[in-house]
Design a binder for this molecule. Structure first.
Ligand code: HEM
Length: 447
């Protein structure tokens, strides 16, 4: 008997199963109030493809959000940037905040910025910073290794991430100055709350309208710009201007195809975006890894003995369990798209979530267990089983830098200290990125 290959049938998006939610608002409040809890419940009940309707359950006047969780579907979403665009309300909001930066640009403008910036962020380029990163890790770890001490892992990793950024972005060996640190400490939580709030606002007034929310948004943006201008002014005043830091390289970068480099205005916007993107994500990922290691003394011992390779594996496993960018959105472009055997109409919102896929039982046995060994040696997993840095053309440009920074810190700290996490849980806030919502206490004992 010969098997006839049947053509996969494509169904309409309205056939995708999902929860009904509120009769008037659908799933809007659930997604806004607890995005991950809602996505997890949807995955547990409906599987790899789930539809969330926003708006009234009756009639057809709802907006559709489709979440896909299988690595193969995640790959499709990242692979086709025309079908799955970044024209989402999150990116519109980021654009309002960061102006012309690479993270928010689109089309030709993005291509030009990517050509300019990519060479500064290759793995080899990141490795050139390894001496600086090691030096900073030693500086931050040194006060912890003198005697038994308890520290807040979030505060320590934030300080480390800022020091590394200060050296790599601005060539400033003094570290970020206290005024800037204080300004960032105050502004980052505000921005992290404000971004998703504006992005998910049903009635979103243009920024030129002087509503109280808009005024707050604009004054926060102004404060961020003032902060970065202060940092850039300090950098310009450095004797001899080093030229090895990213900002100097940004100023000198030339587009091989289109000629001119970035304007001073663009340099400011890029520097601000890099500072915020590199600061919050890396510090909270590293903090999670320290907490996990502090809860698993046996694995911690193995990582301490395993050098950089195992330290890197622990960081990857930390990013699997606690990916700071926990959900990423795309919007289906004007020609519609096909995904997981469904036809999605133009304008459909699509969500992928590293948090959920990193726990997919088909690819991750015993998914909640912390086990750095998953990332040692050959592993037979589909490419998008692990994607804390996104994927495709718009994957995180800072990933090599961030991984280098984190594994160097883990290796340096575990080489000198034994860690014990004092709390069994690390409650997290779902802001623009995911961050611990309270101090993460770790007792540290010199080896
Ligand atoms: C653990 C640390 C980090 C995580 C988890 C992370 C995560 C991500 C993710 C998921 C994206 C893609 C967003 C999307 O597809 O919608 C992204 C993009 C980006 N990240 Fe990161 N990131 C990290 C560190 C950094 C660092 C250290 C920098 C720079 C110093 C950086 C700069 C950027 C930039 C510029 C983009 C936009 C790239 C583009 O659109 O072409 N990130 N990041």
């Amino acid at each position: 008997m010969t098997a006839t290959a049947s053509r996969p049938t494509t169904r309409s998006a309205s056939a995708i199963a999902g929860p009904d939610g509120h009769p008037l608002f659908g799933m809007a409040q659930a997604l806004r109030g607890d995005l991950l809890g809602t996505l997890q419940a949807g995955f547990d009940r409906y599987g790899d493809v789930v539809a969330y309707r926003i708006g009234p359950a009756r009639g057809r006047r709802y907006r559709l959000v489709v979440a896909v969780h299988h690595p193969d579907d995640v790959r499709r979403v990242f692979a086709d940037t025309e079908a799955f665009t970044r024209r989402t309300s999150t990116y519109r909001t980021l654009n309002e905040l960061f102006g012309a930066s690479i993270a928010t640009a689109d089309g030709d403008n993005w291509q030009r910025q990517k050509r300019l910036l990519q060479p500064l962020f290759t793995r080899a380029a990141a490795d050139r910073y390894s001496a600086i990163v090691s030096e900073e890790a030693r500086t931050v770890v040194q006060p912890l290794e003198a005697s038994v001490t308890t520290f807040d892992a979030l505060a320590v990793t934030a300080r480390y991430a800022l020091r590394v950024l200060s050296r790599t972005l601005f060539a400033d060996e003094r570290g970020i100055d206290p005024d800037t640190s204080a300004a960032l400490e105050q502004l980052v939580p505000i921005v992290s709350r404000m971004l998703p709030m504006r992005a998910r606002q049903v009635l979103r007034f243009p920024l030129r309208w002087p509503t109280p929310r808009n005024r707050r948004f604009i004054s926060t943006r102004k404060a961020l710009q003032t902060t970065i201008e202060h940092v850039l002014a300090r950098q310009r005043a450095l004797p001899g201007g080093s030229g090895v830091d990213l900002v100097s390289k940004l100023r000198n970068a030339r587009d091989p195809e289109a000629g001119p480099g970035l304007s001073e205005h663009e340099v400011r916007d890029q520097a601000l975006m890099f500072l915020l993107a590199g600061y919050t994500t890396t510090s909270s990922a590293l903090c999670s890894t320290l907490h996990l290691l502090g809860r698993h003394p046996e694995l911690q011992g193995q990582v301490a003995a395993g050098g950089e390779e195992l330290a890197g594996a622990a960081v990857q496993e930390g990013l699997r369990l606690h990916p700071p960018a926990y959900a990423l959105g795309r919007r289906v472009g004007p020609r519609g798209a096909r995904l997981a055997d469904y036809e999605l109409p133009a304008g459909t919102d699509v969500l992928v979530s590293p948090w959920i896929t990193h726990r997919h039982p088909e690819v991750w046995p015993d998914p909640e267990r912390f086990d750095p060994w998953r990332f040692v040696g050959e592993c037979e997993r589909p490419p998008y089983a692990w994607f804390p840095f996104g994927g495709g053309a718009r994957a995180c440009i800072g990933r090599h830098m961030s991984l280098l920074e984190s594994r160097t810190f883990v290796n340096t700290l575990l080489g000198r200290c034994r860690l014990e996490a004092l709390d069994s849980h690390m409650p997290m806030d779902q802001l623009s990125t995911m961050r611990p919502s309270m101090p993460v206490r770790i007792r540290c004992q010199p080896r």
